[in-house]
Design a protein around this ligand. Sequence first.
Ligand SMILES: [Zn+2]
Ligand SMILES: [Zn+2]
Length: 143
Amino acid sequence: MHCTTCGVETKQIATKTTSRGAGGATKCHRLACGHAWHVTTSTAGEPSTNGTATPCGCREIVIVNDLLVAGHRLAIEKDDLREEDLRAWSAQVLEALDGIPAESGSQSLSRIATTATKSAMSSTSKKVRDLNALLVRAVTAVS
Ligand SMILES: [Zn+2]
Ligand SMILES: [Zn+2]
């Protein structure tokens, strides 16, 4: 799906139908960049008349999505990333992941994130990558 904010084609990680009415259904398209868009599709026999995308306001993903957007910015900085920026961001990530259920049979996302941030073996950029991947899993988990 094309992300209007990023201006590029971005992978969709999850969708959720947020409302369904007589006029059509609204679906939340959750993208890997951390943005999400609502598109209403008419059910009145006009499947091609998709409405325009509007920014998502879903409460269950707003924090995780913000952190994912910030995480992508940090990922660009790679090893120039300041330690304190990483620390502040990862603390928020841990808090956001706490209470989000993982896929069944998996360790909790916050526990995996804690291990990832504490790893002395990982470079700063690897920690950002690992936490971004967990945020993507969190979006999928709540969708
Ligand atoms: Zn985007
Ligand atoms: Zn939404």
